[in-house]
Design a protein around this ligand. Sequence first.
Ligand SMILES: [Zn+2]
Length: 470
Amino acid sequence: MLQFVPEQGPVARARLEYAFRLFCAIYGHEPITEDLRNSSDMVITYAPTCAEGDVCLTKARRFRPLLEPAPEPIRYQSEEDATVLFHGPEDGREPDWLAEIFEWVSCADEYACRKHDSVGRVPFEACYVGRHGLNPRKPYAAVAMAFLQKAIARVKPQVSTRPMCPVGSAQHLVVNTHDVDLLPMHRISSSYRIAKNALISLTLFRRTEVATQQCKTAARVALGAPDPLDQINFLTKQEQKHNASASYYFLPRRDHRRDGNYSLQQASPVMWSLQNDGIEVGVHGSYRNMERQYGLGAEFDQMHRVGLHPIGTRQHWLRFTIPQLVRNVGLAGAGYDTSLGWPYHAGFRAGACFAFPPYDFEQEAPANFLEIPLALMDQVALKAGRDNGSDPIAETLAASRRYGWGGISVVWHPTAFGGGQYPMEVGNRFWQLLEDAQDHHEKWLSGESFLRLAWPRYQNAGLLPARGWK
Ligand SMILES: [Zn+2]
C-alpha cells in the first residue's frame, strides 16, 4: 500500500501513484489504495514517523513546472549498486524511489528541451542522459525499482528481489520489429539505390570492400540478378525457423521525400500476404503525420480501409517530440507504440527497459496505450568494437536482462539483410542474437503477441483499461 501525507496534493499523488502502480505491474505486486489499508501486507509511506516494517520514503520537494529542466544528477551508491538521483534522500529514509521512477519514465525533462535537430527531434546530446554524460545503457528507472524492491525485501525477507515475468517459460521478452521504408519496385531503381549505398559505405562507414561488393551487385541487379533489397520473404521464413515472431510496420502515406518509395496501394499485396500468414502488420507513421491533428489516426484509418488490422506503430525517422507522441498515439487508438528511443544510440531514453503506458501531463493520468521503448537499431551493429572495444548491443541486452523481464523493442530494417544496404555483419548479428536468445531464456516476439501477454499486468495494476486483445 502507498501512504501519502496531507501536504501532498492531487497532482503529486497522481504522479506518485502512477509510478507506484507501474512498479507493481513490473514486479507483479497487487497495488492497494489507502482505503483498503487492512488488506495490505506492506506499506510504503511518506509519513514523518516511520513504523517498523514500513518502507519510508523521503518526501521529495514539489514537482517543478514542466518547462523547467530537471535538477543535476546526484550520485548514489549502496553496497549493491550505484545510480544517480534527481533528489537526495533524508537521513534514515530511502530516496523517493517513486519520484525517481516518475522523472525517468515520464521524460518530464524533455518537455523543457528547446533544442531540435534538422529533422525536428530532440538530439541525444540535449536529453538528460546526453547533457549530463550519463550511461545511456543503464535503465535508471528500472534501477530505482530494483532499489525499492530491495528495501521491501529488507522488511519482508520472503519477497523475491527479481521482477516476475508474465510468461512462465521465459525470463526476458524482446519485441522484434521491422520498419519497411523501402519496397523493391523495379530492378533499375534497386540497382541505383544499391549504387548509392555503395557510396555511403565508402564515405560514411569507410568500408572499401563493402562498397566494391555493392557496386558489383548494383551492376548485376540491373542485368536481372536477384535484388538483395528484397528481403521480407526470406526474413519471415527464417524467423519462423528460429521460433520468433515479428511486427512489420509499413508507411501508409507518402507526402515527403523522406517517406518510403511506395504507396499504400503498391504495398497492399505484401501487407495482405503477411496478415494472411498471421504476421503482424503495423503503421509506420509517415514523416509529417505528427504535424497534423489526427494525422496518425488518419494513417490507421487508411490501413483499416484496405482490410488491415494494425494495433501498433512506430514513427518513421523517429520524428516526434514526447508530448506529440503521447497525444497522437492516444488519439489514433493504437494499442502500443515503439518509437521511444534514440536514432543513433542504443539504450534507454526513458530509463526504462520495460514497457509502460506513458504519462499524459494534459490529463495527469496514464495514457491508454503501452510504450514498448526502442532500445536497439540495426545500424548500431556497425559500432560494435569501435569505441574502446565496447559493444552497445550486448550491453543494452545485458542491462535489460539484469534489471527486468524485458518489454523493449528492437528494429532491423528488412534491407539491413543481404548486404545491399549495410555490410553483411549487420544482418548476421540479428541471427546471432536470435540464436543466443535460447541461452538467456529469452523470447523474441511481435508487438501484438507481447501486448496479449503483458497487457493484463498493467490492467490489473490499474494503469490501462480492459481492451480486446486480452
Ligand atoms: Zn522508417
